[in-house]
Design a protein around this ligand. Structure first.
Ligand SMILES: Nc1ncnc2c1ncn2[C@@H]1O[C@H](COP(=O)(O)OP(=O)(O)OP(=O)(O)O)[C@@H](O)[C@H]1O
Ligand SMILES: [Mg+2]
Length: 254
């Protein structure tokens, strides 16, 4: 499934231009420029501390940047207020640690935002949530509390929860890295399916199988900068920079 569902870059969904961010003296995003087309799946990889999470958080406006701009569907990220809430609901986010609401059932986790933010009727939100839970294979657990589910099941609920808001884009930041090995594939399979259905995704992951199967492009970051951008096959078999070669030899050999 390479780029057949990608519309091209003339009307990109995400445009990141000239983005720089510092934490105090520490320059954590260095002149980031990239675009993500509608339906495109981009995998971001790179060593710890290279700025992958910060970039995701900047795109979702969980973090501000001092320089540059980020457009989602042609609209510059708002600073705050109702526009920001709207933007946040356009951009789904799934984190490494399962951040479900612990004191709410699986079903309540998925219906909460549609009811509160989208003012959906409870019955409609529940019907839709059940469909989404079915899609990610956890509908049997709808009435349980998150702690009664495995990590892989919780992460699939987190994906269903972000889909419930009909996002234009989903950011997934190392969604499988806190999972036991036998649960990784069940989450990756859901992500591969989403990619096939044309969801635009930015995924921070070192799962090369996912990148090869589902990604249109790999972005390799090091020390806050984008060092390489290439198609997955090209990147994994023929990384151009020494930095990427060194990184790949490390993740391939452990
Ligand atoms: N809130 C913060 N305050 C200060 N420095 C921060 C903060 N968050 C991140 N950093 C620093 O910014 C840099 C980039 O961090 P980031 O979390 O984006 O890296 P990463 O590529 O996601 O790493 P990892 O693979 O470990 O998740 C790191 O040097 C980190 O220490
Ligand atoms: Mg990170």
């Amino acid at each position: 499934m390479q780029s057949d569902n990608v519309a091209g870059n003339d009307d990109p969904l995400v445009v990141v231009s000239g983005v720089n961010k510092w934490y105090g003296e520490h320059h954590v995003l260095k002149d980031i420029n990239t675009t993500v087309a509608r339906g495109e799946v981009v995998v971001v990889i790179g060593p710890s501390g290279s700025g992958k999470s910060t970039l995701c958080r900047a795109i979702n406006r969980l973090e501000t940047v001092q320089e540059g701009e980020i457009l989602i569907d042609g609209v510059k990220l708002p600073e705050e207020g109702a526009d920001l809430a709207k933007l946040r609901s356009d951009v789904g986010m799934v984190f490494q640690s399962f951040n479900l609401f612990a004191h709410k059932t699986v079903l309540e986790n998925v219906t909460l935002a549609p009811i509160k933010v989208r003012k959906m009727k409870k019955a409609d939100a529940e019907a839709r949530a059940m469909k989404l839970l079915q899609r990610v294979g956890v509908e049997a657990h709808a009435h349980k509390m998150p702690a009664q589910l495995s990590g892989g099941q919780q992460q699939r609920v987190a994906i269903a929860r972000s889909l419930a808001m009909d996002p234009k884009l989903i950011l997934l930041d190392e969604p499988t890295s806190a999972l036991d090995p036998e649960m990784i594939n069940e989450v990756l399979d859901v992500m591969i399916e989403l990619a096939r259905e044309g969801m635009t995704m930015i995924v921070v992951t070192h799962e090369m199988g996912f990148a090869r199967k589902a990604a249109n492009r790999v972005i390799f970051m090091a020390e806050g900068a984008i060092v390489e951008e290439a198609a997955p096959d090209e990147f994994f078999t023929n990384p151009r920079t020494e930095r990427a070669q060194e990184f790949l030899s490390k993740i391939l050999h452990n």
